[in-house]
Design a protein around this ligand. Structure first.
Ligand code: URA
Length: 242
């Protein structure tokens, strides 16, 4: 097996483990006598332990099942994977982005590319939280817009019922919208993100903090923009601790 094949296998395995964790499975019994040389030739004996899947995780599973192999809009034509969302279904903090990019489409997970690394840094270094444990992350559209363009209104209309159901099921204390399209979609109006970021809004009784998209931060990596996001996240954190 080449180094490239090995790293592709490891990436797939890591993603499968992340998906299991999202479904409330955090332990896989390991047989220390396992004969690795013949492991792939036999059906697995290990049954993952379900550590009591919560009602919210089940609700999210139902919403994902309802989406099925979605063809409700034209984005289905170019996608590799539906990127539903990931993180802790019981999180008090939900980040909503715009739509999957190339890496997210490849892996079926949100925010795993460059912007994702920046978002993880904001969550973990900036806020002192754990991305997998303390947050749930999803997007307004679940399939990659070609060339990473903004999602079009027919695509958002087709997908928004699923985001609404996700947010209704999780019912977090705080939603952070990343960038203008996510903020406008949830607020149902035009938004000047440079003016309105950092100001509390409300989405169906849930506090909503608009901030810059991490991809914008990467493009315009100024002290002013970094400070702005830092301030916005401080407000979100204070609300979470209230
Ligand atoms: N940008 C987004 O808005 N969402 C992702 O999942 C990745 C990049």
């Amino acid at each position: 097996m080449t180094a490239h094949q090995k790293s592709a296998h490891l990436r797939k395995l890591k993603n499968q483990l992340i998906r299991l964790q999202d479904h409330g499975i955090d332990e896989i019994p390991c047989n220390s006598q396992l004969d690795l040389s013949s492991a792939s030739a036999r059906p697995s004996q290990s049954i993952p332990i379900r550590s009591g899947q919560t009602g919210i995780a089940q609700a999210l599973d139902h919403i994902r099942a309802e989406m099925g192999d979605c063809d409700r809009c034209k984005l289905c034509e170019g996608r590799k994977n539906i990127v539903f969302g990931s993180g802790n279904p019981n999180a008090q903090l939900v980040f909503v982005g715009e739509g999957p990019g190339a890496e997210e489409d490849e892996q079926g997970l949100p925010f795993v590319g460059r912007a994702g690394k920046k978002l993880t840094e904001i969550i973990e270094k900036g806020m002192g939280l754990n991305r997998a444990q303390d947050t749930y992350i999803c997007n307004i559209v679940k399939c990659r817009p070609p060339g990473n363009r903004d999602p079009e209104s027919d695509e958002v209309s087709a997908c928004i019922p699923f985001l609404e159901k996700q947010l209704q099921a999780i019912h977090p204390k705080v939603i952070v919208t990343l960038g203008k399209p996510a903020t406008e979609t949830l607020l149902g109006r035009k938004v000047a993100i440079t003016k309105e970021r950092g100001q509390w809004q409300e989405y169906k009784g849930i506090k909503l903090m608009p901030t810059f998209h991490p991809a914008y931060l990467l493009r315009a990596y100024t002290l002013e923009n970094r400070k702005a996001v830092h301030e916005d996240m401080k407000k979100a954190l204070a609300e979470l601790k209230r």
